[in-house]
Design a protein around this ligand. Structure first.
Ligand SMILES: [Zn+2]
Length: 273
């Protein structure tokens, strides 16, 4: 089995990689202090390749159904928000404003959005429509998801899976399927889109996302109303897909409230007068 050989080879390389300094931080801390050391045993390039394939497949599937970028108004809103947030990413990592950030919108009832590694943004129309999001609230979601990409949380998760030598799961899913690019794309999509991030990852993305939006001139107080809407939608007939990867309760809202004194001055400084 090619898959097993690849995993075994990667597992063997792990001890050496770890000794060579696999721990680093992908970002500078910013005002919110996101500088935890991360286990990074695979390269950004490997993740980027998988993300490129997954994103391309997602776009192709949506286009085939006539569901790609049909909502021009929402596409423009998301582009405008991303356009104001991406320059702010330099606070966390100087290379990020130069990433090939890409924005696409899928027509779907799903309450969902994500940013795949490398800056590939996808927003589902159900998110904006069903939760009736204003621009500030939409910026909360986009800032949060951009932060997962900036911190390379997917790369970290793959690294942790490899370190634990779990041949199943994310690591195997991404790197075990040598040939068959369709398979890689399908699994890459699963691994990178439906990733269930850790609580630590979520907390970092909340903090960084609020700083990004505040610096971009969006009101970070929308973080409270956004997550309250998510919680409310949780009990509905179609609970948000977003919540399967972003478990949400009152503690998240409290965390955001506690961050407001840090980020409101950034918002005040950025707001056009
Ligand atoms: Zn998240």
């Amino acid at each position: 089995m090619v898959a097993r050989r690849v995993i075994a080879a990667m597992a063997l390389g792990i001890a050496a990689s770890a000794m060579l300094g696999g721990c680093a931080s992908t970002t500078a801390g910013g005002a919110v202090g996101a500088e935890r050391k991360q286990l990074l045993l695979v390269s950004s390039q490997e993740l980027d390749q998988a993300a490129a394939q997954g994103y391309a497949k997602l776009k192709a599937d949506a286009a085939a159904k006539g569901a790609l970028n049909q909502d021009k108004a929402l596409l423009q809103r998301v582009k405008a928000i991303a356009g104001r947030l991406t320059p702010q990413t330099k606070i966390f990592r100087p290379d990020a404003p130069g990433w090939k950030w890409e924005v696409n919108v899928i027509t779907s009832e799903q309450i969902n959005a994500f940013v795949m590694p490398g800056g590939r943004i996808m927003v589902y129309t159900g998110l904006a429509r069903r939760l009736e999001l204003g621009d500030d609230e939409l910026a909360v979601v986009i800032g949060h998801e951009m932060s997962h990409a900036l911190r390379e949380h997917s790369r970290e998760q793959v690294s942790q899976a490899l370190a634990a030598q779990t041949a199943i799961g994310l690591g195997a899913a991404l790197f075990g399927l040598g040939q068959g690019s369709a398979d890689v794309a399908a699994v890459g999509y699963q691994a990178l889109v439906a990733t269930r991030f850790s609580r630590t990852d979520e907390n970092e993305a909340d903090r960084m996302g609020l700083e990004l939006m505040a610096r971009g001139g969006y009101d970070p107080r929308a973080g409270v109303s956004l997550w309250q809407k998510m919680i409310k939608a949780k009990s509905g007939a179609q609970p948000p897909e977003f919540l399967s990867s972003h478990p949400t309760d009152a503690s998240r809202v409290q965390t955001i409230q506690s961050l407001l004194p840090t980020v409101m001055p950034l918002y005040a400084a950025a707001r056009p007068r």
